[in-house]
Design a protein around this ligand. Sequence first.
Ligand code: AP5
Ligand code: MG
Ligand code: ZN
Length: 216
Amino acid sequence: MKIVLLGPPGAGKGTQAKSISNRYSIPHISTGDIFRKNISENTPLGIEAKKYIDKGQLVPDEVTINMVKDRLQEDDCKSGFLLDGFPRTVIQAEALQEFLLERDKNLDTALLIEVPTEFILERMTGRRVCPSCGASYHIKYNPPIHGDKCDVCGSDIIQRKDDSEETVSERLDVYKKQTQPLIDFYKEKNLLSVVDGTKAINEVFEGICALLGDFE
Ligand code: AP5
Ligand code: MG
Ligand code: ZN
């Protein structure tokens, strides 16, 4: 299965992606996670990406597109993939279409996790993440079992630097201007599926499985 996840920052893309990836045995490719890993390792890509991410702006298309193309050519993507956080601009979406077309492949669906703006701030400011394995928590809706330790790997969980109120509002603006147009982009191609992302985490996942059942 080849899936793109769409939705505003904090919609629950990363949270649902982990479950989708397990259920359908496809690799979860999060551009945000790849950038954060590079930042923590201080690579040239990380140093470049950090300039934009800390301000809530998008990393330039060229950098991001090349990074994703490299990743999609790895062996584990042969039978499918789940893209989380890519594409985020029309240019990125067109590059992905072209990449797939050149390989006689098609997306099965672009799945929009729909969450109105009023839910977003609470989700983002309450989010905690594991810097080691990428697991994501919420202090109220999805707290870790053991205080501030990651359930998966036991590392101390932290708050993402770009989850401050100020950066969140910039990220929402960027989403509206640059990423929201992708909803129409995929609608016109008859590829859009929509799930209500305001429900509880497990209910959203049930909604997603009901939609994805058609593509198995
Ligand atoms: P990225 O890491 O992709 O951030 P984002 O899109 O802003 O999305 P988030 O990760 O913030 O939200 P999410 O939808 O994954 O929500 P989550 O599941 O964590 O990108 C970061 C930055 O990298 C960008 O700003 C940009 O600079 C750069 N970048 C990345 N990709 C790029 C690209 N393609 N081009 C250019 N630049 C790029 O959930 C959020 C919180 O809510 C969690 O605490 C969670 O536990 C909780 N939650 C989830 N679901 C529910 C629910 N149903 N009910 C209650 N709480 C819930
Ligand atoms: Mg995420
Ligand atoms: Zn962890």
